[in-house]
Design a protein. Structure first.
Length: 265
């Protein structure tokens, strides 16, 4: 019966994939939110998920670090493998998984603590107490998030005194402080002004030198600017996945063409 829901899309072959999704279905109770998703996420590249509201972009993103586990009654079929290991097996340490697969949310969410304590939060949870390691991590992470020069003299001030764009970059610094393999970004610029958005987009381009970045965005121009690969989802199905330039200039599917030219969505 599962196979009757939809046929998997013939998707782009990725030679160095960090995530491999194969025949993946996701259910809220009896309702299927994702249907037979199969694709590979390339390592140290930026992959964008696009599609209209409710198409399953954020649901799929949250499957990669099992954030959906917090919702009662969810069920999955199929596999998501991180470097060859299925992340949904019962023996997976979900806390460790979330250290490897960090997340930056739509609305910036710094803790009501100092800038310093926000960055080292994950390390403290892991039991790191060495002050030198903590200080080095703060500087490294804030530099990587293009925020160090703006806050280096106010590390012990409240993070809530930062601007919106600075708060979002702080959340990125907090995510990378634990040195993840993947950074998930769910509409990271939707609450930001154009200048702050530009800073985040520049940062995303820098981050892929060290990390795999997966971004959900409603903004197709943003997807075209920041990503190397783009997946188009519609009604819980993967319609097309390819290099971003091809998706936006010569898509293989009529549905993709119709969406990016504004005929629906």
């Amino acid at each position: 019966m599962m196979a009757e829901l939809t046929k998997p899309v013939e998707t782009l072959k990725i030679t160095d994939a960090i995530l491999n999704i194969d025949g993946f279905h996701f259910f809220y109770g009896n309702k299927a939110a994702l249907h037979n998703i199969s694709l590979a996420i390339p390592r140290k590249q930026v992959t964008a998920f696009i599609g209209p509201s409710g198409c399953g972009k954020s649901t799929l993103l949250r499957c990669f670090n099992r954030m959906n586990d917090l919702i009662e009654g969810i069920r999955v079929v199929g596999t998501i493998k991180l470097d060859g290991d299925d992340i949904n097996t019962p023996d997976v340490d979900v806390i460790q998984l979330r250290r490897r697969v960090g997340m930056v949310f739509q609305k910036y969410n710094p803790f009501p603590k100092s800038i310093y304590e926000n960055v080292v939060y994950g390390l403290r949870i892991a039991g790191v107490k060495n002050r030198t390691i903590l200080a080095e991590t703060v500087e490294r992470s804030l530099r990587a998030a293009a925020l160090w020069d703006e806050v280096k003299d106010r590390l012990h001030e409240s993070a809530l005194r930062l601007s919106g764009g600075q708060m979002q970059r702080l959340c990125i610094a907090r995510a990378i402080a634990v040195q993840p393999d993947i950074i998930l970004m769910d509409e990271p610029c939707s609450a930001l002004d154009p200048i702050a958005t530009s800073h985040i987009e520049d940062l995303i381009d820098d981050l892929k030198q060290e990390y795999t970045v997966i971004i959900v965005t409603h903004n197709m121009q943003q997807a075209a600017r920041v990503s190397d690969y783009t997946a188009f989802l519609y009604l819980g199905e993967l319609i097309e996945f390819d290099e971003t330039n091809k998706i936006f200039t010569a898509p293989s599917k009529q549905q993709t063409q119709d969406y990016i030219t504004g005929r629906f969505g």
